[in-house]
Design a protein around this ligand. Structure first.
Ligand code: SAM
Length: 282
């Protein structure tokens, strides 16, 4: 019978065996509930020919299920202490590759292009540390259309923000870019007591499913424009865009031609407004 990693006793035994403790600065909260882990893996692996990129495998709780469901798993882990642990815990899976690297400094193309050339459906799965949830998602959303979906666990509070409406305090550049790139599905809520150590807050698993079509020619420019419009939230669109362009008059012309009031703030603009702005801008 397969020994599951995601149980309280097995996690404790692995940590003790390797004389390890969970590092706070890497956001380490290990999942110790097999049912939840299996659910994430089942949602993440969307086809019979799936390659999964996992961010932060920890001691391998989720990785183990991903290796069983997917054709290939490439996991990126920043904490060098976990290299021998992962190699030992996952030695029975020949479809597993471990890259000891900060995911934020990874050249994604180097790993994704070969998978693409081999015709895999490429997906991302992760139980993300709170401190890098937003930069990681920005990075993946901006990466391009070769990733089919991202299934991630994050703090419930952060997950709730993905449903933020225009004009609400949580509506930001990531909300706009998310809406543009994908549909968001709530997979499940996760109570704090299924982690070791137990975090202060509950979590949730979301799945981002990328749209197939790419409606805008220069997406990098669109993403930059959206971020610049939100740069200083309290400032008007005219101020932020004027600073970005270094020319307030030109900014005013663009905003007016897009049918938006110059005194508007970024948080009052819908995705369609941002697209209109981009179309005038290019
Ligand atoms: N996947 C494991 C689980 O569910 O039990 C561990 C999840 S733990 C919340 C987050 C993991 O991400 C840790 O193993 C941590 O070391 C790793 N991590 C943190 N920052 C990272 C980064 N920039 N790049 C890659 N891994 C990172």
């Amino acid at each position: 019978m397969i020994q599951r990693i995601a149980t309280p006793s097995q996690t404790k035994a692995i940590l003790e065996k390797h004389d390890l403790y969970a590092k706070k600065n890497y956001g380490q909260n290990f999942l110790v509930e097999c049912g939840i882990v299996e659910k994430i893996a089942r949602h993440a692996v969307i086809s019979d020919h799936c390659a999964v990129i996992e961010i932060g495998p920890g001691i391998g709780a989720l990785t183990q299920f991903l290796c069983e469901y997917a054709k290939k798993v490439i996991a990126f882990e920043i904490d060098s202490r976990l290299e021998p642990v992962l190699n030992e815990n996952l030695k029975d899976y020949d479809n597993f590759t471990l890259i000891m690297q900060d995911f934020l400094n990874t050249d994604l193309e180097e790993y994704i292009k070969p998978l693409c050339d081999e015709g895999y459906d490429i997906v991302v799965a992760a139980n993300l540390p709170y401190y890098i949830t937003t930069p990681i998602l920005f990075r993946l959303f901006e990466y391009g259309e070769t990733i089919r979906s991202i299934t991630v666990m994050m703090q419930k509070e952060v997950a709730d923000r993905f449903g933020a409406e225009v004009n609400s305090k949580d509506y930001n550049a990531l909300s706009v870019i998310t809406r543009y790139r994908c549909d968001v599905l709530k997979v499940c809520k996760v109570p704090a007591n299924v982690f070791q150590p137990k975090p202060k807050v509950d979590s949730a698993v979301l799945q981002f499913r990328f749209h197939k079509e790419k409606p805008l020619e220069n997406e990098a420019l669109f993403f930059e424009l959206v971020k610049e419009c939100f740069r200083q939230r309290r400032k008007t669109l005219l101020n932020n865009l004027g600073n970005y362009l270094g020319n307030k008059q030109k900014a005013e012309e663009i905003i007016e031609r897009a049918g938006i009031k110059p005194e508007a703030r970024a948080q009052s603009l819908s995705l369609d407004d941002f697209v209109s702005l981009y179309e005038v801008f290019i």
